[in-house]
Ligand binder design. Sequence first.
Ligand SMILES: [Zn+2]
Ligand SMILES: [Zn+2]
Length: 305
Amino acid sequence: MITRLDAGGPNAIAVSNGIVGDEWTLWIVELALTEGLSKYNEWLNAGPISTAVLTTRLNRLVEADILRRTAGQYLLTKRGRQMWPILLSMWAWEQRWVDAANLPEMRHGKCGRIFSPLLACEACDEVTAARDVLGKFGPSGGWERSIPTGVTRRRAHSGNRPTELITQTMALIGNRWSTALVGAAFLGATRFGEFEQRMGAPPTIVADRLRTFCDIGVLVATPNPQRADWVMYHLTDKGRAFFPVVATVIEWGHRWFQAPEGPALRLTHTKCGRAFHPRLQCGECGERLRGASVQVERSRRSVAT
Ligand SMILES: [Zn+2]
Ligand SMILES: [Zn+2]
């Protein structure tokens, strides 16, 4: 069971990203959260998932204590229920920056409006952007310990994927090297050598991922004014807007998969000077969001066949 981490081993970032960087895992959790699915056959009938994939994912979720198996049902644990801010942040980013067509709309039960979530600081209540948060490795930090655990998973092939596509989210965090690149970019890497060193990946992989990230538009490559042969890579608005996903995954990871030495990463909100813990609020009424007050609406969509 991945409930307790070992000293010197993979840290909270590694374990949480190993879990959320898999489309089918997220799809299973999402349907448990939003539709209340709890039986094997309910998931099997809900989408193009094979029995083999469903069985391995359910077992992994039980091992990670996200689902608990009882009397023929798989029920979300508290750890599993608390994954909703991650899913909400992914949907919001895809809706704003990629394609809303296949994603549900979210209604805030309290104000009754369709909303997008905003990231705020738990300590001072201010809406917070990526550039206002400073990240430094904590006692269990370091690049090597933060590389997502688990097998390197291949992306699901078209025709055999969850119907609610979060394709670009998966391009960013769906495998260990990409996730490491996202982390390196948010922690200030701009040059090829910095990415290479932080990711611990062969240059061909680093080059390939940087190209993909530029193609998707989360990074932009610009010549370095000091060194003509050095290109610099910076996060674009779209790239920085991915920060709520990063922040909610790290928060969830620290809450449930803390290494014995302490946190993997310490985030500081530069505007209030305090430790940054993410909180989602309704973009319409400004109220703090709670899992129970978010209604997922799927009826609007026409399901592509
Ligand atoms: Zn603050
Ligand atoms: Zn609201």
